[in-house]
Design a protein around this ligand. Structure first.
Ligand code: FAD
Ligand code: UDP
Length: 364
């Protein structure tokens, strides 16, 4: 069989590219080995009718007008700002660390200037800032690091803060004001009818055909494609010939609580130091859905299972670069997305990478 364009993966990277290329006149076949669209952003009503995210909570946030406007063609939005509480010794504290966190934790009543002085007193100057430990110690010092970040990171990655690139903990800001939102991006919203509906609309183009439950490995010899867009693991594409790129996985434990209207005081509660799971998320608080019961998910990080998180550390980046070199010599194949670029992309970044790649393909 011959196709004009084959897109492997129906997540943000694959679906956005497929839509752009179909709109530019190409015939596109999208395959995904899973039995559904939307990649890790997949959501669906659980057996009790509560809309849940199968692969953990997905909060949409972006500073890119281009990405937001593009996706707005395929969905309405429900404004939503995410808030997280961290559970320490049975008490709940706002995260990221901000004025309220510090006052509550240490029994203080500091204003913004007071918190700045406080942090100046406890932070450990690190130079250069190379690892995630450097980032945290530089920002908040040892006590706050040990309380909020060291244990959580050990659980999430199976690594020490000092073994991870600075980029991981650079995701979490420190604030001296009282802003307790998890993100400060100018656009923060949830797709009004969910992510899967957004993907159905993205892929509804008459020149796109979608086949789920199809693995690239089983069709790669049979399908001749003018262009292949690959959004799966780059190391898998090359048969792991240079060795395996490490990924962190998660076991998601979903649970429905009948008759419980609200389970916890915030959409997400993090457990830096207790339990084997990192966090509990309550979906209704994110989607705004009304239901007499509630559905939650606990996340248990593990090395086994689907590849969810590329592991940002320099040795892995070096191995990825060697795969990049192999990729550069592949003709008529492009690699885009969190797995194919081995980057800790958020959804908007995966979409932005796909828009950029599509523009390059169409333009030249
Ligand atoms: P994916 O969504 O992984 O899609 C790749 C697809 O390719 C998959 O469906 C896979 O089945 C398919 N595939 C792979 N190999 C093959 C093959 N050989 N043959 C056929 N199909 C194949 N981002 C945010 O912006 N906000 C959040 O709150 C957020 N929370 C997250 C929470 C968790 C627990 C996780 C794991 C991620 C979270 N993300 C979040 C990140 C978000 O999931 C990614 O940015 C996004 O899914 C990347 O899209 P993608 O298309 O690159 O990859
Ligand atoms: N992190 C932490 N404590 C927390 C929350 C996050 O130590 O309570 C660290 C941890 O290493 C995590 C990283 O910060 O992997 C990035 O957090 P984020 O919430 O962005 O992770 P994601 O939502 O992508 O899992």
């Amino acid at each position: 069989m011959t196709v004009d364009t084959l897109v492997v993966g129906a997540g943000f990277a694959g679906a956005v590219i497929a839509e752009r290329l179909a709109s530019a006149g190409r015939e596109v076949l999208v395959i995904d080995r899973r039995d559904h669209l939307a990649g890790n952003a997949f959501d669906h009503p659980d057996s009790h009718g509560v809309l849940v995210h199968r692969y953990g909570p997905h909060l949409f946030h972006t500073n890119s007008d281009a990405v937001f406007e593009y996706l707005s063609r395929f969905t309405e939005w429900r404004p939503y700002e995410h808030r997280v509480l961290a559970s320490l010794d049975g008490q709940l504290y706002p995260l990221p660390i901000n004025q309220r966190t510090i006052n509550q934790l240490y029994g203080l009543n500091l204003d913004e200037a007071g918190v700045e002085r406080f942090l100046a007193g406890v932070r450990e100057h690190r130079s250069p800032v190379l690892t995630s430990e450097d980032v945290v110690l530089n920002a908040v010092g040892r006590d706050l690091c040990d309380k909020f970040f060291r244990g959580y990171t050990r659980k999430q990655w199976g690594l020490e803060l000092s073994e991870l690139s600075s980029s991981v903990l650079a995701r979490i800001p420190t604030r001296t004001n009282r802003d307790d939102r998890y993100f400060t991006d100018k656009r923060q919203a949830m797709p009004a009818e969910g992510y899967t509906r957004l993907f159905e609309r993205l892929l509804a183009h008459p020149r796109i055909r979608v086949e789920t439950g199809v693995d690239f490995a089983t069709v790669r010899e049979r399908i001749g494609a003018g262009l292949t867009v690959f959004t799966g693991r780059i190391d898998e594409y090359f048969g792991f010939r240079l060795g395996r790129l490490p990924y962190r996985s998660i076991r998601f434990e979903h649970q429905h609580l009948p008759g419980v209207e609200q389970f916890q005081p915030a959409a997400t509660v993090n457990f830096p130091n207790d339990h084997d799971y990192t966090r509990i998320t309550e979906f209704k608080q994110i989607t705004g859905q009304r239901h007499t019961g509630t559905s939650i998910v606990k996340e248990f990080p593990t090395d086994e299972g689907d590849p969810y998180y590329p592991v940002p550390r320099s040795a892995n980046q070096e191995l990825y670069q060697r795969y990049r070199e192999l990729a550069a010599s592949e003709t008529n194949v492009v690699f885009v997305g969190r797995l194919a670029q081995y980057r800790y992309y958020n959804m908007d970044q995966a979409a932005a990478a796909a828009l950029k790649t599509a523009a390059e393909i169409v333009g030249g």
